[in-house]
Design a protein around this ligand. Structure first.
Ligand code: FMN
Length: 157
């Protein structure tokens, strides 16, 4: 199964999971860059506001066409109980190009259920499977086992 992992990451936590997935499934990986400045305290506040209002943002042009993959695994940090604007924008720009999807997210404490529900609504696809991890688990390298189980479910599908 030809698979692509696509992710957005502000502080490299979601990126770490994306890299573990791509190493385990041996697939292509693509980072979505948010062209809005999300750094510092003001960047954080605006990020939360944008996520809450479900607005789109300007993102880097992706060079991998999702319609050329059997499965696209989409990863986001949880922002204000939903996906980051960069992932909302990516999904909106590609929503007719997905075959199978799977979702993962990282979060400080809560919000993955709502995030996955919103991603399902936006892609109009039920994910093969989902994975959520706490920021602290990933920081301590405690995400490997759960990530491998997630990858196995995708391989079996
Ligand atoms: C603007 C903003 C809003 C956030 N909202 C939530 C939230 O609603 N729930 C939660 O558990 N964590 C929240 N977080 C924490 C992030 O989801 C968490 O730190 C994540 O692992 C960061 O991933 P990244 O390093 O890939 O950006 C928020 C972080 C930011 C920057």
């Amino acid at each position: 199964m030809k698979t692509l992992v696509v992710y957005y990451s502000r502080t490299k936590i979601t990126e770490k999971v994306a890299q573990t997935i791509s190493e385990n499934i041996n697939c292509d990986i693509e980072e979505i860059i948010d062209l809005k400045d999300r750094s510092g305290a003001i960047g954080y506040l605006k990020a939360g506001k944008d996520a809450m209002k479900k607005v789109e943002t300007d993102i880097s042009i992706s060079d991998k066409d999702p319609s050329r993959y059997d499965c696209v695994i989409i990863g986001t940090p949880v922002w204000a109980f939903t996906m980051a604007p960069a992932i909302r924008t990516y999904i909106n720009q590609n929503k007719d190009r997905f075959k199978k999807v799977a979702f993962f997210c990282t979060e400080g404490g809560s919000g993955h259920e709502k995030t996955f529900k919103d991603m399902e609504e936006l892609t109009k696809k039920k994910p093969i499977t989902t994975l959520f991890l706490l920021t602290k688990e990933v920081s301590k390298e405690q995400h490997i086992n759960k990530t491998q189980e997630f990858v196995e479910k995708i391989k079996e599908s």
